[in-house]
Design a binder for this molecule. Structure first.
Ligand code: FAD
Length: 338
């Protein structure tokens, strides 16, 4: 795919749900918009996307393919590639550089680069990720209901996941994975006991997989526990190199610092919006779509008012453009007509 122009009103970095949703609204507002996407959406390992009203159960790749077509139908341009730099051009706008050396100018930026799930370093976990090694009760919980579920403990995640998955199955076991049981507050032990969640101490050594299915969790000391599902706590790291290089402020979340944005997605850097998992670990697909929509609309309105304020200033200074005057005449006519 070629980059067709050398300057766009908006460049969207990242073509997952959040970025495409912003591009859809910008395209529908007749803005020139380029989406650059490296093609690694976070939920790619999962066969199905759950919890998106009207698209529940749709394969994530199919969903994105539909949204890409919608963006293109309004004139949005999509290219496969990785943005390696976004730099101020000195006039409040930006130069964007792709890994292959292509360079475009962007009046405004939407950063929708998502996050990376860093998985626990346990043999088998990465291979089964998104299948029977999972992290989110709302994404996969219903599908694993009533199964034998193991939950891997981590200090940052606590016991919350074990309690949530207990809602979906009577057979939930928490693996302390080498953590000292004394580090769990007494209140947690009481909740686990009340919920009927079993607790296993000892370090987890690996997973047992047979016929392409998880069948057990093996401890380092050799003990084996039959489990069909393992819930793990990934460390969620925003892909925020571009935002950091632009100087965008961050704020703390339970998963560490993420870009700070206002309710419409504007970062602390004028002209730069950020949406989706780049701004927080809790953004699911439907939230990412919503954030993209809001940011697209906010960016459109900001550009409109910036350009009109400039045009009004030129007019006051006696510089009239034929286009501007036609618009004024149309507006006056409409007012008289009303
Ligand atoms: C296994 C798994 C299953 C999940 N299942 C569900 C589910 O069922 N329902 C649900 O609601 N949520 C689910 N989620 C969460 C869901 O994946 C996220 O909510 C969603 O992907 C966030 O969208 P996003 O657009 O912010 O980021 P992403 O979808 O991750 O998209 C970001 C895009 O930006 C691109 N990118 C990154 N850096 C650059 C760069 N420098 N230049 C160009 N492109 C770049 C990436 O390649 C990627 O394509 C799941 C997550 C996981 C891990």
């Amino acid at each position: 795919m070629q980059v067709e122009k050398d300057s766009y009103e908006a460049v969207v970095v990242g073509g997952g749900t959040a970025g495409l949703s912003a591009a859809l609204i910008l395209g529908r507002s007749r803005r020139s918009v380029l989406v650059v996407d490296a093609g690694e959406p976070r939920n790619a390992p999962a066969a199905h996307m759950q919890g998106y009203p009207s698209r529940d159960g749709m394969p994530p790749g199919e969903f994105l393919a539909v949204v890409r077509q919608e963006v293109e139908s309004y004139g949005g341009e999509l290219v496969r590639g990785r943005v390696t730099a976004a730099e101020p051009d000195g006039s409040g706008e930006f130069h964007v550089t792709l890994a292959d050396g292509r360079r475009v100018h962007a009046r405004r930026l939407v950063i929708a680069t998502g996050l990376v799930d860093e998985l626990p370093d346990i043999p088998g976990v990465a291979e089964r990720w998104g299948n029977d090694v999972i992290h989110c009760p709302y994404c996969h919980g219903w599908e694993v209901r009533d199964q034998a579920i193991g939950v891997l403990y981590a200090k940052e995640a606590g016991t919350h996941q074990a309690l949530l998955f207990r809602q979906l199955s009577d057979d939930v076991t928490l693996f302390l994975d080498g953590a000292d049981g004394d580090e769990l507050p007494d209140a947690d032990w009481q909740l686990l006991a009340a919920a009927g969640v079993g607790v296993i101490s000892g370090k987890v050594g690996g997973l047992v997989v047979e016929d392409d299915r998880l069948t057990g969790v093996r401890l380092a000391d050799g003990r084996l526990f039959a489990r069909q599902v393992l819930v793990v706590p990934p460390r969620m790291k925003p892909r925020d190199a571009l935002l950091a290089s632009l100087g965008a402020r961050t704020e703390d979340t339970p998963a560490g610092p993420f870009a700070a944005v206002d309710p419409l997605g504007l970062t602390s850097v004028p002209g730069v919006w950020a949406v989706g998992n780049a701004t927080g670990p809790a953004e699911q697909v439907v939230n990412a779509a919503s954030a993209g929509y809001r940011a697209g609309a906010a960016l459109n309105a900001e550009l409109l008012h910036t350009d009109l304020a400039r045009a009004a200033e030129r007019r006051r200074a006696g510089v009239f453009s034929p286009e501007g005057e036609r618009a004024v005449a149309r507006a006056r006519g409409a007012r008289i007509g009303a």
